[in-house]
Design a protein around this ligand. Structure first.
Ligand code: NAP
Length: 232
């Protein structure tokens, strides 16, 4: 039985990932910062709810301790929790705006990964999936044919560029763990006022593929639902 922890899984892509992985036989630990929303989502899906706010060291440590107590090990960590922050005109951006987004999208991933690493190291095939975005890709944001090139969101894009780089650095440093980044693609969720053209099922294809592909696949990749994204 594959034990999978997903951060920010009370709604959106995290929730759909939980639903799909449970359907594939994973034991899903549904992480959420809001206990009421998390418990309700876990109840609907047949997951176990674990409270986690990825900006809070104490909360992250408590979540890892909870999993150690109950499951004793972890096979797959999906760092999905994310926020968008301010978009558009950057002339009024503040340092606090930037730090708030990086605290969730980058430092939150580091906190969760550090806390869960000892449990992942007990797995026969440990996997980390970081939910990044082509909004953080230099290639996609400079290709006029891509929707990512027509949108200005300086803080979100910078946070996802950082997360993708973080993924490749972790992959180099930790060869015993398969650590990859997923680009869901533009998907209708609360993150974008439900404006994305993709369904959440389409948006979770890359995440689910990376979580289920099994041993023998590469680490340090950046993958969307159709292809491996080139580095640039
Ligand atoms: N939708 C897209 O088009 C798209 C495209 C590319 C990448 N992504 C990425 O996909 C991931 C999921 O986003 P989504 O589209 O599903 O958005 P969403 O529906 O807004 O879900 C975001 C999730 O992250 C949680 N979260 C936020 N801050 C948190 C914190 N400090 N600790 C723990 N959980 C926290 C939210 O919890 P609350 O409900 O408590 O706020 C929610 O469960 C994000 O990393 C996002 O950047 C999305």
């Amino acid at each position: 039985m594959t034990i999978t922890f997903i951060t920010g899984a009370n709604k959106g892509l995290g929730y759909e990932t939980a639903r799909r992985l449970i359907a594939q036989g994973h034991t899903v630990l549904l992480g959420a910062r809001d206990a009421k929303a998390g418990a309700a989502a876990a109840g609907e899906l047949g997951a176990r709810f674990v409270e986690i706010d990825v900006t809070d060291d104490t909360s992250v440590a408590a979540a890892a301790a909870d999993v150690e107590r109950h499951e004793g090990a972890l096979d797959v960590l999906i760092n999905n929790a994310g926020v968008h922050g301010p978009a558009g005109d950057p002339t009024t951006l503040t340092g606090a705006d930037v730090l708030g987004v990086l605290d969730v999208n980058v430092a939150g991933v580091v906190r969760a990964t550090t806390a869960f690493l000892p449990l992942l190291q007990r797995s026969a095939d440990p996997v980390v999936v970081n939910v990044s975005s082509a909004m953080g890709s230099l290639e996609a944001t400079h290709d006029p044919a891509r929707p990512e090139s027509h949108y200005v969101a300086p803080v979100y894009t910078a946070s996802k560029a950082a997360l993708t780089m973080l993924t490749t650095q972790y992959a180099k440093a930790l060869p015993g763990i398969r650590i990859n980044a997923a680009d869901p693609g533009y998907t209708a969720t609360d993150l974008n006022g439900n404006s994305g053209p993709q369904t959440v099922t389409e948006g979770t294809d890359a995440i689910v593929a990376l979580a289920t592909e099994g041993p023998g696949h590469g680490s340090g990749r950046f993958v969307d639902r159709e292809r491996e994204i080139v580095w640039s």
